[in-house]
Design a binder for this molecule. Structure first.
Ligand code: AMP
Length: 113
């Protein structure tokens, strides 16, 4: 867990977050600058800089992000939602700890901007 990673600090409880779900592998919390009526981030507790860092040993936890993410979305009453994982600066990644955005509660345009 890198000392200076924002999301590692949230995992360690050094920075507050509006947490919705936590287990040994993953943590879900509300995005601080929501881009939709519901905007949640789901992250692995293992520090991975982004999708590019995922290896075979992470496959179970990556599946869990999606399965638990769906359960959270249903609890938040957004059965229709968008999942986003940005990889790299050009894609819009600003925090380099892998995270899955769950966005819902409004119409989503396609293609994304
Ligand atoms: P990305 O641009 O894909 O790297 O997404 C990073 C997300 O982290 C953005 O949507 C930010 O609003 C969100 N974010 C940054 N700092 C915090 C924080 N302290 N608590 C919750 N969400 C945050």
């Amino acid at each position: 867990m890198p000392d200076n990673c924002l999301f590692c600090k949230i995992i360690r409880g050094e920075i507050p977050a509006s947490k919705l779900y936590e287990d040994d592998d993953i943590l879900a919390f509300r995005d601080i600058a929501p881009q939709a009526p519901v905007h949640i981030l789901v992250i692995p507790k293992k520090h991975l800089r982004g999708p590019e860092a995922v290896t075979e040993e992470d496959e179970r936890v990556m599946g869990k992000l999606m399965r638990v993410g769906n359960e959270i979305a249903l609890k938040e009453s957004i059965p229709s939602y968008r999942l986003v994982c940005n990889n790299g600066v050009q894609a819009g990644q600003t925090v380099f700890h892998l995270h899955m955005h769950i966005l819902g509660g409004r119409h989503m345009a396609w293609p994304p901007g």
